[in-house]
Design a protein around this ligand. Structure first.
Ligand SMILES: [Zn+2]
Ligand SMILES: [Zn+2]
Length: 133
């Protein structure tokens, strides 16, 4: 029997807050595999959970196309990267995923994404930043 959607939501959110995730049925530690996160779509990161002990599992479906953060929230999210390499989503407390891209002769570009709700932010230090690919 697969985990319920409600269980999977709880597991996915705990995982993205870097809390321990255990099987809702038997309490064993779960295997967690993140789905491809390079799609470029504005979404969180799906995670497949599996319990090897009782052979149950399921996919956590992260948020998609969220309402954008305010400019101030986006600026704060990028600032936290530069200062501490850590940030939390102001909406759901998820640990923010950061990607830094380096350019010769220009400031690095930082891209931040919430793995739960999918909101994102991008640093504005470089004029070379282009939306999309
Ligand atoms: Zn189990
Ligand atoms: Zn979020």
């Amino acid at each position: 029997m697969a985990f319920t959607d409600q269980q999977l939501t709880g597991l996915g959110e705990a995982y993205h807050r870097q809390e321990r995730v255990s099987c809702p049925t038997c309490g064993a530690m779960l295997e967690a595999h993140e789905a491809d996160q390079m799609s470029g779509e504005a979404k969180g990161i799906d995670v497949f959970f599996a319990c090897h002990r009782c052979n149950e599992g399921g996919m956590y479906a992260a948020g998609r196309n969220p309402e954008p953060l305010t400019e101030a929230q986006q600026t704060a999210m990028i600032e936290r990267y530069w200062r501490s390499r850590s940030g939390r989503c102001p909406r759901d407390r998820a640990v923010i995923r950061y990607t830094e891209a380096a350019f010769i002769g220009a400031p690095a570009l930082v891209y931040a994404r919430c793995p739960i709700c999918g909101v994102h932010a991008q640093s504005k230090e470089t004029a070379r930043a282009e939306a999309g690919s």
